[in-house]
Design a binder for this molecule. Structure first.
Ligand SMILES: Nc1ncnc2c1ncn2[C@@H]1O[C@H](COP(=O)(O)OP(=O)(O)O)[C@@H](O)[C@H]1O
Ligand SMILES: [Mg+2]
Length: 239
C-alpha cells in the first residue's frame, strides 16, 4: 500500500444507488459505480451535470440515502475504520453529532427555536461537557462573521430570506468543527459578499485540518479551494 492510501479519510468504492418510483413502476439511476478517495485534510470538489448523482453521493455518506451497492469506508476518530453503509443507526447518529457535518442549500429550521438558539444548540450537541458559555461566545462570533443582523438573532428563522437561512445553516454546521464536512452547493442562493464569507470559513476549517467533500455549481468559487476535482463523467481530473 502506498503512503497516500494509508492516509485516507473516506474511500468510496463501486457506489450505486437507484430510486424505485412506485407510481411509474420503474427505477431511475441516482449514481452508479462511483469510486473516489478523499485523503485526510483534503478538499475534493465534485463536478458534473445536474442530475448526474452528485447529491446522491453526499446523501449516501450522510446516510440519508441508502445505496444498493458498494462501500463507503470512513476512518472515524472514535469508532475506527467503518463502512458507513453497514454502520448501525446509533453509530450514524454519533458520527453526525461529533464527526460528520452536512450543509445543503435547504435549511432545516427547528420549530420554536430562534436563530441564535439554533446555532447554540448545534454547538452544545458537539461539546460533550455542554459548555454553554463557549457555545454562546462562538455563536456570537459566527453570526457576526456572517453579518446576520443582531435584530434577527431572537427571531424564528422560518420567515428569513433564503440567504439568511443559508447563512444560519452554515453557521450551525461549522460551529461543530466537524472532521468531515459535506457541502452540497451551500452558496447557491448567496450574494457575492456572503459567498466570500463562506469561503473564508471554509479556508479556516481547512487550515484546522477539516476534510471536505463539496459540490459547487460556481466553479470560480472552487478555484484555489479544492485540492482535487472529481468529475461525475470522467472521474478524477487532477491529482
Ligand atoms: N429521492 C429521490 N427519488 C427519486 N429520484 C431521485 C431522488 N433523489 C435523486 N433522484 C434522481 O437521481 C438523479 C441524481 O440526482 P442528484 O444526485 O440530486 O443529482 P445532482 O446532485 O448531480 O444534480 C436525478 O435523476 C434525480 O432526479
Ligand atoms: Mg444536487
Amino acid at each position: 500500500m502506498s503512503r497516500r492510501e494509508e492516509g485516507f479519510m473516506l474511500r468510496i468504492e463501486g457506489l450505486s444507488k437507484s430510486f424505485y418510483l412506485h407510481e411509474a413502476g420503474r427505477s431511475i439511476r441516482g449514481c452508479s459505480s462511483i469510486s473516489l478517495t478523499v485523503q485526510a485534510g483534503e478538499f475534493v470538489g465534485i463536478t458534473g451535470r445536474s442530475g448526474s448523482g452528485k447529491s446522491t453521493i453526499l446523501r449516501s455518506i450522510y446516510r440519508t440515502n441508502l445505496p444498493q451497492d458498494g462501500s463507503i469506508l470512513y476512518r472515524s476518530a472514535a469508532l475506527g475504520l467503518l463502512d458507513l453503509m453497514k454502520a448501525s443507526e446509533r453509530e450514524i447518529l454519533y458520527l453526525r453529532r461529533f464527526e460528520i457535518g452536512y450543509i445543503s442549500q435547504f435549511l432545516n429550521v427547528l420549530p420554536r427555536t430562534t436563530a441564535y438558539d439554533t446555532v447554540v444548540q448545534s454547538a452544545l450537541e458537539a461539546v460533550s461537557e455542554g459548555d454553554r458559555a463557549y457555545a454562546e461566545q462562538e455563536t456570537e462570533r459566527l453570526l457576526r462573521h456572517f453579518e446576520l443582523p443582531e435584530s434577527l438573532w431572537e427571531l424564528y428563522p422560518l420567515t428569513f430570506s433564503g440567504g439568511e437561512k443559508l447563512r444560519l445553516n452554515i453557521a450551525a454546521a461549522m460551529i461543530k468543527k466537524p472532521r468531515l464536512l459535506l457541502l452540497d452547493e451551500p452558496t447557491a442562493s448567496l450574494d457575492n459578499a456572503s459567498k466570500r464569507k463562506v469561503r473564508e470559513l471554509i479556508e479556516r476549517l481547512k487550515q484546522g485540518g477539516c476534510t471536505m467533500l463539496g459540490i459547487f455549481h460556481d466553479l470560480e468559487f472552487m478555484e484555489g479551494l479544492c485540492d482535487r476535482e472529481f468529475n461525475m463523467q470522467e472521474g478524477f481530473i487532477d491529482g
